[in-house]
Design a protein around this ligand. Structure first.
Ligand SMILES: Cc1cc2nc3c(=O)[nH]c(=O)nc-3n(C[C@H](O)[C@H](O)[C@H](O)COP(=O)(O)OP(=O)(O)OC[C@H]3O[C@@H](n4cnc5c(N)ncnc54)[C@H](O)[C@@H]3O)c2cc1C
Length: 497
């Protein structure tokens, strides 16, 4: 007879997996219900015609979140997961023909910014120092704690944060701020790009987001051996080791509540009782479909959704020496591009293109002498646009731009192809409107408006993943699981503000 309390996790996305591990280690009996036949949600992969593609995330930062999870579970991480720091964070191609290597090493990066763009080195050092200070004193506060429970922060932490945040961080947009601190438009464009790391618009989002480059340029970017899918595989294996039970092809249809408390879930017509339910499903759909609380769901829509993406997975029939693991081909007018994404709701004719090529790091991910290209363009979240018409338009623009920049007939080199659009992203992972990161950070209040990791009304109901606090992206999703577990740990003693 198993006398442990039972926790049900809805969804085996990265946050659901991390939640299941934490709760199991804390003494809960844990069952994960996943609608797909595989774990990982957006963090999945597929093979096609001899090429392997990571389907979603490609940039890996803050491996310490995974290290900490394994330490929490008391398991040696190197039995499950290996990664390395990469020497170049990104290779940038500007529309004026300038090409820049963003070295991970700070001095080399500042030298490159100076020699290629003419940007004074001290502007880079100052910016990265400010980013570091903001991250340490403010970012960490948001990422480690629930924002919705008084007493989670110490007076000292709050004082430090208040000292660090300056007027422009809140009252200037990132675009305005970067335009004022950098001497060259290319440097401003490069640093504006970081708003896209949580699906936001640099010309609306507050300059507070200038802390994001800290993660990539001070802490570094990393490559997991075997590709990004190794993160999912490692967490899944760890969860199994800790005794978590998985039910795949098992969508949860509703959450049962009684007198303000969760009772369990319905899946496939059967009822499964639970003392605690953790939803890793998009919080909007959790309210709308699982709790049938239409009004609450509608209230969540007051916050703007993050951007989505069009992804072309291309098996490319030759090597390109000038490309690295991460590559960006910038548009000529970034502001106009974002106006299309967030205002007109379509895709500008000259989109910025991101290419990730994991076969640069490991043989075997593409046939010899060939490359596995993950080609991504930021696009609006799905508002009912005609994606069948947009996809070929964007594909043509991407091929033309890359063919010119790389002086090669890219269309002729595509040996195999798959495409992911916002509708497919929603269908695969139930992320409302296909948004990559839940809600955007386009308002200065965004961090405070994101849904907490617990329900204020229903005892035993918790939320994790990219659509809730602290936000989207692998590091933040992992943090959401840690915050949830901290709250759940002492036995639901939730005081709300
Ligand atoms: C194309 C793309 C590129 C990205 N690039 C990066 C990047 O480079 N770096 C980065 O850090 N982040 C990136 N992200 C964001 C990152 O992938 C996400 O923030 C993160 O993976 C979300 O994890 P999650 O735990 O919130 O859940 P998700 O991955 O959204 O998974 C949710 C899971 O819940 C399941 N589910 C939903 N409803 C139910 C139900 N009712 N019953 C059962 N199961 C259900 C779904 O099937 C899914 O498996 C990218 C995302 C995409 C799509």
């Amino acid at each position: 007879m198993d006398n442990r309390k039972h926790a049900i996790v809805i969804g085996a996305g990265i946050a659901g997996l991390a939640s299941s591990i934490r709760l199991s280690c804390m003494g809960w009996r844990v069952s994960v219900f996943e609608k797909n036949s595989y774990p990982g949600g957006k963090l999945s992969s597929f093979d096609q015609d001899g090429y392997r593609f990571d389907a979603g995330p490609s940039l890996f930062t803050q491996p310490q979140n995974i290290e900490e999870l394994f330490a929490f579970a008391g398991e040696p991480i190197d039995h499950y997961f290996k990664y390395q720091r990469v020497p170049v964070t990104c290779t940038y191609f500007f529309s004026n023909g300038k090409k820049l290597t963003a070295w991970a090493e700070r001095k080399k990066f500042a030298d490159e910014m100076h020699s290629v763009l003419g940007e004074p080195r001290e502007n880079i050092y100052n910016y990265l120092d400010n980013a570091s200070e903001l991250y340490e004193n403010v970012g960490e506060l948001f990422l480690k704690h629930s924002l919705h429970r008084p007493g989670d922060f110490s007076v000292k932490e709050i004082a430090k944060a208040l000292q660090t945040v300056k007027f422009p961080h809140l009252f200037k947009t990132l675009g305005h701020y970067n335009g004022s601190v950098f001497a060259t438009p290319e440097a401003a464009q490069l640093f504006n790009r970081y708003a896209t790391y949580n699906g936001s618009n640099p010309y609306s989002a507050p300059a507070m987001l200038s802390l994001i480059p800290h993660l990539e340029m001070n802490e570094g970017t990393f490559y997991p051996e075997g590709g990004m899918i190794s993160i999912t595989n490692a967490l899944y294996q760890l969860a199994l080791k800790k005794g978590v039970a998985f039910f795949f092809d098992s969508p949860v249809d509703s959450i049962k509540t009684e007198k303000g408390k969760v009772e369990g879930v319905y899946a496939g017509g059967a009822f499964y009782g639970a003392d605690m339910v953790v939803s890793n499903q998009d919080v909007y759909f959790t309210y709308k479909h699982l709790l049938k609380q239409e009004a609450k769901a509608a209230k969540l829509l007051k916050q703007e959704r993050s951007s989505s993406a069009l992804i072309f997975y291309w098996g490319i029939g030759r090597n390109f020496e000038q490309l690295g693991l991460h590559n960006i081909f910038f548009s000529a007018d970034y502001q106009e591009e974002f106006r299309h994404i967030f205002q007109t709701g379509d895709v500008w004719h000259d989109p910025t293109i991101y290419i990730n090529i994991t076969s640069k790091m490991e043989a075997g991910l593409a046939p010899e002498g060939k490359e596995n290209w993950f080609v991504m363009v930021n696009v609006p979240a799905n508002r009912g646009q005609n994606w069948e018409a947009l996809k070929p338009q964007v594909r043509k623009a991407v091929i033309n731009k890359l063919s010119t920049a790389l002086q090669a007939d890219i269309a002729a080199l595509i040996e195999t192809e798959a495409v992911l659009d916002p509708i497919a992203i929603e269908a695969k992972t139930r992320s409302y409107m296909g948004s990559l990161y839940g809600t955007s950070s386009n308002s200065r209040f965004a961090a405070f408006l994101r849904h907490p990791n617990f329900s204020k009304d229903i005892k035993g109901l918790f939320f994790v993943g990219g659509s809730v606090h602290p936000g989207g992206g692998i590091p933040l999703c992992l943090r959401s699981a840690a915050i949830m577990a901290n709250i759940a740990g002492p036995g639901f003693s939730i005081k709300t503000v």
